[in-house]
Design a protein around this ligand. Sequence first.
Ligand SMILES: *[C@@H]1O[C@H](CO)[C@@H](O)[C@H](O)[C@H]1NC(C)=O
Ligand SMILES: *[C@@H]1O[C@H](CO)[C@@H](O)[C@H](O)[C@H]1NC(C)=O
Length: 369
Amino acid sequence: MRAFIVAVIVGLGSLPRAIAWGAAGHEIVATIAQSYLDPQVLNTVCSILSSDPSVDQVRGDGAPCYLSTVATWADKIRFRARWSAQLHFINGAGDHPPDDCRYPGPDGWQGKERANVLDAVHNVSSILTDFAQGSSSSGAPELAQEALKFLIHFIGDMHQPLHLTGRDRGGNSDKVHWDNRVTNLHSVWDSALIAKAIRLTPRNYTRPVALPTLESSFRDAIYDPYIRRIIWEGFGSDQVSGRWGSEADSWLECPSPESAVAAQWAPQEVLAAPRKPRPRSGPPLTSDSDVICPYGWTAPIHKLNCDVVWPPELDNPETHGRAPRREYLELDTPKYTGRIEKEWIVEKLLAQGGVRLAGILNYIFAPQQ
Ligand SMILES: *[C@@H]1O[C@H](CO)[C@@H](O)[C@H](O)[C@H]1NC(C)=O
Ligand SMILES: *[C@@H]1O[C@H](CO)[C@@H](O)[C@H](O)[C@H]1NC(C)=O
C-alpha cells in the first residue's frame, strides 16, 4: 500500500496542478457513490470494469474494485474521441448568468441535438440497462464498460454548475485571481474550491470513522478525510442530525411530470432498488424518469449560476476578464468563497452526485428478484 501512496503523490506532482485537482471532484463523486452501492451491485459493476487496465483490483476483504480509478477516463479521451467532448456539458440558448438564467429559455438548447450531458446520461444508462437485461443487440461487454465509465463521469459533470451554462465557455474564458494567482472561473469550480476544502479538512477526519462501507470505498487518496467529513457532518447519524437533515431524502426524487410514480419511491428503496418495470423514456430532455432524472436534478444546480457562481463584479468594466492582469477579480475572499464554504455548496453538489450515481446503478443492476 505504501508504494501505491508514493505513486499517487509522484503522479500528482508530475501533472499540471489544475488537471490533478480537477480529477478530485470526479473521484470524490465516484467514491461516495461506491459507498452507497448494494454489495451485489458493486460486484456486478466491478466485473464490468474488470478488464480495464486502470481499475485497481483489490484482494482480501477490501472492495472488489474502485470506481474512482475510472472517474476521469472520459476527460482523458475527449481529445482523441472528439465526438464525446460536447457530452460533458449543456447550454441553454441565450443563457447569460447572473442576469438572465435560461435552462432552457424560449430558444431551447444550443448545439447539436442529443449531444449534451443530459442526453448522454440517458444514452449510457439505457445501454447499461440493456446490458443488465441481457438483450444481445447492444449488450457487448466492451460497450457496457465504456457506457459505465461515461456514466460515472457525466454524473460528476452534471453537478458542476458551470457545465450547465455556455456563457464564456462555461466561465473558461473569464480570467480571475485565486489567492493572487491567475486562473479562470470554470477552474475555480472544477478544482480550486475543492483543493482548498481538502486542505482545510479538520485533522480528526484523518482517522477512520464508524462508517464501514465508506471506509472500504477508500483507496488512500488525499481527499479521503474530506469525504469522511462530507458524509459525517452532512448526513449525520442516529445520534446527531446532519447539515442536510431530511432534505437529503429528496435528492433521488424526480420533480418531472412523471414524478407521480416517483412519489411512491422512498429514496432508501432506490438506493437498494429491486427491479421494477419502468415506463420507457420519451423524447430526449423531457425523458426524465422517476429514477434517471438528469434534467430535474440539474435545474436547481443551473440556477446556482445566477445565485452564487457567477460574480456580478465580472461584468464591471474595471474587473472583468479582459481587464489588465493585476486587476482580475480575486475570488478567494470571504464575500465570494466564504459564502460558498459556509453554505456547504460544493460539499452538497459532491454528495448529491455520489448519491444519484449510486441510485442509478443500484436501480439498473439490482439483483433479479
Ligand atoms: C451512446 O453511448 C455509447 C457508449 O459509450 C457511445 O458509443 C455512443 O456514441 C453514444 N451515443 C450518443 C448519441 O451519444
Ligand atoms: C471532528 O471535529 C468536529 C469539530 O471540530 C466535530 O463537529 C466532528 O463531529 C468531529 N468528527 C468526528 C468524526 O469525530
